[in-house]
Ligand binder design. Sequence first.
Ligand SMILES: *Cc1c(COP(=O)(O)O)cnc(C)c1O
Length: 458
Amino acid sequence: MSTRSTAEWQSADSKHFLHPFTDFKGLAKKGSRIIARAENIYLWDSEGHKILDAMSGLWCVNVGYGQQSLIDAAAKQMGELPFYNAFFQTATTPAIELAEVLAEISPPQFQHVFFTSSGSEGNDTIVRMVRRYWDVLGQPERQVIIGRNNGYHGSTMAGASLGGMSGMHVQGGLPIPNITHIEQPHWFELGGTQSREEFGITAARWLEDKILAVGPERVAAFIGEPVQGAGGVIVPPSTYWPEIQRICDKYGVLLVSDEVICGFGRTGNWFGCETMGTKPDLMTFAKGVTSGYIPLGGVMVGERVAKVLIEQGGEFNHGFTYSGHPTACAVALANIKLLREQDVVRKVREDLGPYLAQRFAELNEHPLVGEIQTCGMMGAVQLVKDKAKRQCFDGALEVGMLCRAHCFGNGLIMRAVGDRMIVAPPLVMTRAQIDEMMVLIKRCLDLTLDQVKGLGWL
Ligand SMILES: *Cc1c(COP(=O)(O)O)cnc(C)c1O
């Protein structure tokens, strides 16, 4: 891949490339790890180290690396028509075909799609669209959108505002007006003495409290991820989403499911809302739609909203140069074809997901592990100081980062969210590869335990 040494790449990197969500100065001191190539579920860095990618890139490479049909689809489309827009009463065939296929695989209320190039742009579109919907219906005071603390909806002004990441809100004057948040359904941290199921109802009722505090006549929509991804793979209690649905229905509030991670098979259904049993009015998607091979995102628009915008809305003054990008759409079509032909979603639901859950459950016996959670092909391991008391380590000790360093050193990519270690591996893994991942995870937990003991923190 390269004629330059790793050190030379690192030096050029820190001179010119400002990385996302990065302390620039800190990274320049350490130097980036240069990822050189990939195949199936493995990466190789510029030093030739093989790494098991248990995060699917960034929650997106659902079909794994090196899938020839996606590569061929891009090359073919680029040769025929690399780009044309959809602004001025034109369309390209891959965009039309993808819209058709998305309507087929989505829950039945979704017959229309608005394309973007990322999840963040999808959620910007959501803000514009739900406010427009209420305007057209003659209720322009319905402006307020409710999100959740520690939710993640992207990093544009609207995406970061809908999300509830405090570190993002303190930079750049966020959230923008008329976006507010409730607490997350995180039993381990907030559940107290309630059972998970009781807590699920309690957490959902925070939405009702917020709707009443804002005034139901002012609330446009509620947005949430079926399972919080970037927040730490937080799987809500089974009682949570049905109660959220009931509350949204009661007040006529639009329900938005951010499916950027949960979509395209991750939870064992095409979309996370199917796993959680909700019937959203809008869904955001991105990441897994192309397995990350090329940027694409969008919004599935349910009939309740689509009907109003189409029949009464007139011109919707919103869109992107790359809305419906033909090459991106061609890759998405190849990706969905592969998921269908290999029956990947059913396999996640009936085989791989349950197997991951079974193997993760074994980690409960580890002295550092306070809680495990899985949903389809995502999992979380909460590291704790005292299991019985659900007592965490002092956050300043950054035990999660210690564990992540061991993962890096042992050829495993696992992410740390505070002291929560998370995985979201490709959906095309074999059971044997899950076993291989579990060996690495256990080894890294043991190494972390030894280190934490050595430091006198236990
Ligand atoms: C990644 C993500 C986004 C943002 O997508 P980008 O393509 O990075 O803009 C939005 N919502 C969720 C749930 C995500 O995980």
